[in-house]
Design a protein around this ligand. Structure first.
Ligand code: SF4
Length: 492
């Protein structure tokens, strides 16, 4: 309960409640349910903090109201003292009105009034960002401040770093004053409704598109428990309104009419229900005929970040820090493995490009899984290093995509569930190889491990992360070797 006598609400809780009142209720009254860990949430939070701190340089010389070590009441009191003392720029300025607590990323004096600057690590203004600023505007104006302008400060993804970060170029401030003001009239009623929700029992709100819009809700594992395996939501592709079926009680594959589905969905459904595989030998042969030897199975791991780390990089550009190569000299030959993983903190690009060119023969077939990704990385390296460009472009020309026969369903196992991701194709085709139980088991986890490596100096922890990354990337290309072997076996 806040000092106003009303239940305390933060800006983020209101935004949660705007997405779904049940999410707000569950956030305040956590259910007895074991939620899976969400390592990406902590990583996103840390990146957001880094972006927020950097954006403070847009208005240098301000004073920060710290979050840690101060109670909410103390943060509000300190903000008031700074305002009274004539401070021109306050970071994390804290206010509360009727139990609604907000922290303004950057509050800037503008004559007798103030400007709100809300910092986001996205690259454009979204409706939910305007809601966010509107709540701040509501609280601040009700605390007696006059707000002249409100800005949403986001990342400019066309900025290219050269030397030190230029914050004026990295960030774009978009004026969202009108959007914030337009939302004011509806806020008191909305807040009253959310308070009524909190005072009651768990709201009876069914799942729907709102579970993933504008954010993926934290409570999906809890609210979606009743959805069975092989449900309408497991059907791949568009073309049918899944929630319409759900609301009509048509949920399981068995309940669906084939006439309502497009061809790929019909195939997925029939294959799953009948546990039926399918092979188009001509298609598989056509694909295999596009390959030649020596053949290099290639997989990159990349990281991206809103703050470009090196010269010549843009926000969120995918930067390779690791690769694995399995090289086969002929069909079915024992592969030779080689790999690269940068030392944390170093710019990997030149070393990685040179190693790669030394290890992939100019005339070799370069096999990838989802070629757009690997081609994009190679092209970026070619752009960056003109002296290596011709050699890198030659490797791009030689790229072939192992995903093709699975995307075209020339080879389909019913366990693939309509997917052609390597994570699904591998266990369906090669049951003795699996990503299960690995310390790093997908690309996002690899990126998190890399970021962690850059922040650590404990040799034991570093060695563990390094081992996890090498094992994961190695398995990706070993998986390709085995999947290719399975395709070659089919064709015989
Ligand atoms: S999972 Fe969906 S229904 Fe459940 S709380 Fe979240 S948004 Fe609401």
């Amino acid at each position: 309960m806040s000092s106003s006598g009303k239940p305390g609400l933060s800006k983020s809780l209101i935004l949660k409640g705007m997405q779904c009142p049940k999410a707000l209720y569950l956030a305040k009254n956590p259910p007895a349910f074991e939620f899976p860990p969400q390592p990406h949430v902590e990583a996103k939070f840390q990146t957001g903090n880094q972006v927020g701190i950097l954006a403070q340089q847009l208005f240098p010389g301000g004073t920060e109201v710290p979050f840690d070590g101060l109670s909410v009441t103390e943060q509000i009191a300190q903000t008031r003292q700074l305002i009274d003392a004539g401070e021109q720029v306050i970071y994390e300025a804290s206010f509360a009105f009727e139990g609604i607590f907000v922290k303004v990323d950057i509050l800037v004096k503008d004559g007798d009034a103030w400007q709100i600057h809300e910092v986001k690590m996205g690259t454009s203004v979204k409706e939910v960002n305007c809601d966010d600023v509107a709540i701040q505007y509501y609280v601040l104006t009700n605390c007696g401040l006059t707000i002249s302008e409100s800005y949403l400060v986001h990342i400019n993804n066309s900025y290219v770093r050269q030397g030190d970060i230029d914050v004026q170029q990295l960030f774009v401030g978009e004026d969202v004053t009108d959007a914030a003001i337009e939302r004011q009239a509806g806020l008191p009623e909305l807040i009253a409704c959310l308070r009524t929700t909190l005072a009651g029992s768990e709201p009876d709100i069914d799942i729907g598109p709102h579970c993933k819009d504008p954010y993926e809700c934290d409570f999906i594992p809890y609210c979606w428990q009743h959805i069975p395996k092989n449900s309408i939501f497991d059907l791949k592709g568009r073309g049918i309104k899944k929630f319409d079926y759900y609301h009509r009680g048509i949920i399981k594959f068995e309940d669906l009419s084939l006439d309502d589905l497009h061809k790929a969905q019909r195939n997925q459904l029939e294959a799953t229900l009948n546990q039926q595989d399918s092979i188009n030998r001509v298609g598989v042969k056509e694909f295999l005929d596009t390959l030649w030897y020596p053949l290099c199975h290639l997989d990159f791991e990349t990281f991206d970040t809103p703050i470009p780390p090196f010269d010549g990089t843009r926000p969120y550009q995918k930067i390779p820090f690791q690769y694995s190569l399995h090289i086969q000299q002929s069909v079915g030959a024992e592969p030779v493995h080689t790999e690269y993983l940068v030392e944390p903190g170093n710019d990997p690009r030149r070393e990685l490009a040179e190693r790669l060119l030394a290890e992939i023969p100019a005339d070799a077939c370069v096999l990838t899984y989802n070629q757009a990704f690997e081609k994009g990385v190679l092209r970026n390296l070619a752009e960056l290093f003109p002296d290596l460009a011709d050699a890198l472009k030659a490797r791009v020309e030689n790229v072939r995509d192992l995903m093709v026969p699975f995307r075209k369903r020339d080879l389909y196992r019913w366990q693939m569930r309509g997917s052609y991701s390597i994570k699904v194709v591998l266990p369906a085709l090669v049951p003795d190889l699996s990503y299960a139980g690995m310390a790093v088991a997908d690309g996002m986890a690899a990126m998190r491990a890399y970021h962690k490596m850059c922040a650590l100096d404990d040799p034991l922890a570093l060695a563990g992360l390094r081992r996890g990354l090498l094992e994961y990337c190695r398995l990706d290309t070993l998986a390709m070797v085995r999947i290719l072997g399975a395709l070659e076996g089919v064709e015989k």
